[in-house]
Design a protein around this ligand. Structure first.
Ligand SMILES: CC(C)(COP(=O)(O)OP(=O)(O)OC[C@H]1O[C@@H](n2cnc3c(N)ncnc32)[C@H](O)[C@@H]1OP(=O)(O)O)[C@@H](O)C(=O)NCCC(=O)NCCS
Length: 312
């Protein structure tokens, strides 16, 4: 790519151009009727139907709202423009977590306009994100869900872990614990904490994801619950968030403080019990592949975490 390439922080006003970048990578637009997909035209889709193709980026309004929340929550977005036209976008959060990640920058989004793949834009944004990680004093540069592994390998990142999503029925137990509803709070509350369940990106990113108002108030999602509690079992503290994706099935996020034991079966028994009392039937739990959750049924949803060690 020529010298006309410019990398700069994104602004909410870039939303239409960022939406165009993401939409260019969709080959088939669809409408789902009672679970059955049929072809559709982009112009005929509602903001919710556009969201189903991969999230906030596929509609300019939801994209602008998403960017505003990202910036407010301390996240970053960069765009690559050529002759003033935005052709690629990257997003990331810096989190502080216990080893093996430490202070880390995790790249959650990297998209290049389909007509401009293979011209160096993706690697230019990756280099800019890595330079920012170094300026931010990060120990590791991560891509927690690498969907283009060969691309990251060429950029010297290496496969470090696999995470898999289990389906776990809730279960009332005699586990002794206390649970208090948690008011909204920013990332400072859990800075330094681990996220042994639900680390889809990094602890800062997923903390922002579970905060009230993180996603639009679509009519189709009304009635789905988001719950957050502080949990105490014996001397162990944790924060658990449940994000109901479909009636009765909740995505689980478990944050544990650095001075504690992290995940323990006793803590998980309390999580399952609390989920039952909240009215959920099943939990989705994304965990590192070496963690065995009691009662878990494996699904084929897997993340490959790629890592570059920046300093020890
Ligand atoms: C993956 C993506 C970000 C790469 O960006 P790009 O601008 O096309 O890549 P670059 O031109 O910077 O390529 C750098 C190198 O990686 C290679 N490469 C690019 N995309 C690749 C892919 N998907 N798989 C393997 N190698 C890839 C290029 O051939 C090039 O190799 P070279 O240095 O030997 O010439 C871009 O293709 C894209 O937006 N894809 C769709 C969305 C996606 O999958 N994003 C990743 C989400 S984790």
């Amino acid at each position: 790519m020529s010298a006309a390439l410019n990398i700069r922080p994104a602004q909410a006003a870039d939303a239409p151009a960022i939406t165009a970048v993401h939409c260019s990578n969709v080959t088939h637009w669809q409408i789902w009727d009672s679970g059955i997909a049929r072809p559709a035209r982009y112009a005929d889709l509602t903001a919710y139907q556009r969201w189903l193709h991969g999230g906030a980026w596929f509609d300019p309004d939801t994209c602008a709202q998403h960017l505003e929340r990202l910036f407010k929550g301390g996240g970053y977005a960069l765009v690559a423009e050529v002759q003033g036209r935005v052709l690629a976008e990257a997003e990331f959060f810096v989190a502080e977590e216990p080893p093996p990640y430490g202070r880390n920058l995790n790249l959650s989004i990297l998209y290049v306009h389909r007509n401009y793949h293979g011209q160096g834009l993706g690697s230019a944004l990756l280099r800019a994100a890595r330079a920012l990680a170094e300026r931010e004093g990060c120990e590791t540069f991560l891509v927690a869900n690498a969907e283009a592994p060969e691309f990251y390998r060429r950029q010297r990142l290496r496969l470090a872990e696999r995470w898999r999503r289990d389906l776990v029925p809730v279960r009332t137990t005699t586990a002794r614990y206390t649970a208090e509803p948690l008011a909204d709070a920013d990332y400072e509350l859990v800075r330094g904490w681990a996220l042994p369940i639900g680390r889809y990106q990094n602890a800062h990113h997923d903390w922002e994801r579970t905060r009230p108002g993180a996603v639009p108030d679509f009519e189709e999602w009304r009635g789905l619950k988001g719950e957050r509690y502080t949990l105490t079992t014996g001397r162990q503290r944790a924060i658990v968030a449940f994000e109901e994706g479909q009636p009765g099935l909740a995505n689980t996020f478990l944050f544990t403080p650095p001075d504690g034991k992290g995940y323990t079966p006793m803590l998980f028994a309390a999580v399952r019990d609390l989920a039952a009392r909240c009215g959920f039937k099943q939990l989705h739990c994304l965990v590192r592949s070496d963690l065995k959750l009691p009662g878990a049924i494996k699904t084929d949803y897997v993340h490959q975490l790629f890592k570059l060690q920046l300093k020890k």
